[in-house]
Design a protein around this ligand. Structure first.
Ligand SMILES: Cc1cc2nc3c(=O)[nH]c(=O)nc-3n(C[C@H](O)[C@H](O)[C@H](O)COP(=O)(O)OP(=O)(O)OC[C@H]3O[C@@H](n4cnc5c(N)ncnc54)[C@H](O)[C@@H]3O)c2cc1C
Length: 462
């Protein structure tokens, strides 16, 4: 059965976040008829509760640091404090403009946008408020929500998650951040710049534990210098209300008092009670299982974004959405190489990487078959101008291509574009060493690291 007008669409997409709307835009571009169902706001987590608002806060944090530290550059200014309602107005303005642009884009591509809570009711149909939308194909893109730990209740005022953290209208005087992954480190960085006392609690031995060990350690060093506290290898035991706000207990016996506890222990898929199991879609711990082309076990159903067990990044959602749209339009898109997806933690300093860590390279190629080099930003003019410390580290298969690039320092997120080309091109250090980089830029550090690994260091000892 089709909708009331008897239409059978080419694609019905459930969820209008990064994965879902990218799929919709590309499918429409390829001439397919598309329904996009969204229960909240088009743009999803990334636009409204994730990438964009956090990066606006991080930019405000950078401005605060610049004004507070302007003396270092011979510029006299006085830092008077953070006007949180004004910061939020700036952040919401950015989100609002992008939201409006995205709505216009969806409209201009003639996508049928349906506002409402959708449910999968068959292998080819989604129902919204009693209305059925039938498609030749269905794409599930319902995304993720913040997780908590067993017995840890998020009350939204003293114990909060990232959704609440983005709505605070004051700067807390102190915060405990539970979880030293990307989201935890970014909020810790913002709040420290805004003047709060911050302590991160991480159960694993390092901050940003998915990154190369050396990058994690450099971030820890920088955070220590910024007086951001952290407890590593420390497991959360419990939280109780205290006069100040919260008293957070750790299994190692320590307690930390703060105004707030931010729980940033990861995000889980939104897949419950949406009809997925009933229609026979195979799942694993709430994630929808897919093959390398994002096909589920049901021939007409695909799934993309945070709902599937691939890296939880907006640009991964975009890539998967585009790949699915192209496949459904009869093209032959290549599967995604997830190691080749760039990853950035936008804290101060930033951590950026592409490819695999040195540890993984050793597992993959053998201990003796991996070479690495670390180019210190101390030798890079622009980084000295910015007064940032850090490095560009290269990991290569011995006598083979560069397989991992790992960077720490202010603004190194912007260098990841070149790094991803190098990785994707399977470049040898000599290939990159022969490219002249503009002076003085931080990109030179990428060039210099390759010069050094090719055995001809310029501004480096060795
Ligand atoms: C604080 C934070 C910071 C982040 N920063 C970055 C970053 O800097 N860079 C980056 O790449 N990634 C970042 N991310 C991750 C990024 O936001 C996600 O990877 C991305 O949004 C996933 O896209 P998605 O489409 O899979 O899911 P979502 O964006 O979650 O979208 C899913 C959509 O489906 C809708 N939906 C769910 N169920 C239904 C239903 N039954 N009916 C109708 N609609 C439904 C939801 O309302 C939602 O709009 C961040 C995330 C957070 C939380």
């Amino acid at each position: 059965m089709a909708d009331s007008a008897g239409t059978v669409f080419d694609v019905v997409i459930l969820g209008g976040g990064s994965g879902g709307y990218a799929c919709a835009l590309r499918a429409a571009q390829l001439g397919l008829t598309v329904v996009l169902v969204e229960k909240a706001e088009l743009g999803g987590t990334c636009l409204h509760r994730g990438c964009i608002p956090t990066k606006a806060l991080l930019h405000a944090a950078e401005v605060a640091d610049s004004s507070r530290e302007s003396d270092q550059f011979g510029v006299r200014s006085t830092f008077e404090g953070i006007d949180m309602p004004a910061v939020n107005a700036y952040k919401d303005g950015v989100v609002g403009r992008l939201y409006k642009g995205l709505q216009g884009l969806v409209k201009s591509r003639k996508i049928t946008f349906v506002a409402g809570m959708g449910r999968l009711v068959s292998a080819t149909a989604v129902e919204v408020d009693g209305q059925r939308y039938e498609g030749r194909h269905v794409v599930l893109a319902t995304g993720s929500t913040p997780k908590s730990l067993p017995g840890l209740d998020i009350d939204g005022t003293l114990v909060i998650n990232s959704d609440h953290a983005l709505k605070l209208d004051t700067v807390p005087s102190s915060v405990v951040v539970l979880g030293g992954g990307v989201i935890g480190c970014e909020f810790a960085s913002v709040w420290k710049s805004f003047g709060a006392d911050v302590t991160i609690v991480e159960a694993l031995p390092h901050l940003v534990p998915l990154e190369d060990d050396q990058a994690s350690k450099a971030l820890e060093k920088a955070f220590r210098k910024r007086k951001i506290g952290f407890e590593l290898g420390a497991r959360f035991a419990g939280v109780e209300r205290s006069e100040k706000g919260v008293r957070v207990g750790l299994e190692n016996g320590k307690t930390i008092e703060a105004d707030l506890l931010l729980v940033a222990v990861g995000r889980g898929p939104v897949s419950q009670e949406l009809g997925y199991q009933q229609v026979g879609v195979e799942m694993d711990r709430g994630f929808v299982k897919v093959d390398e082309h994002c096909r589920t076990n049901v021939a007409t159903i695909s799934a993309v974004g945070d709902l599937i067990p691939t890296p939880q990044l907006a640009h991964v959602g975009f890539g998967e959405g585009i790949m699915v749209a192209e496949r459904l339009a009869g093209l032959d898109p290549a599967p995604i190489d997830y190691d080749g997806v760039p990853r950035v933690t936008y804290s101060e300093p930033e951590v950026a990487s592409v490819g695999i860590t040195e540890e993984r390279a050793k597992e993959k190629y053998g201990e003796g078959s991996v070479e690495s080099i670390t180019y210190d930003l101390a030798g890079n003019g622009k980084s000295q101008i910015l007064r940032t410390a850090g490095f560009v580290k290269l990991v290569r298969q011995k006598d083979g291509p560069v397989v991992g690039i790992h960077m720490v320092g202010s603004r190194v997120g912007e260098l990841v574009a070149e790094a991803q080309l190098i990785y994707g091109w399977e470049a040898y250090p000599d290939d990159v060493a022969s490219l002249i980089h503009a002076h003085p830029t931080q990109t030179e550090a990428v060039g210099e690291a390759h010069l050094a690994l090719a055995g001809k260091p310029l501004h480096a000892h060795g």
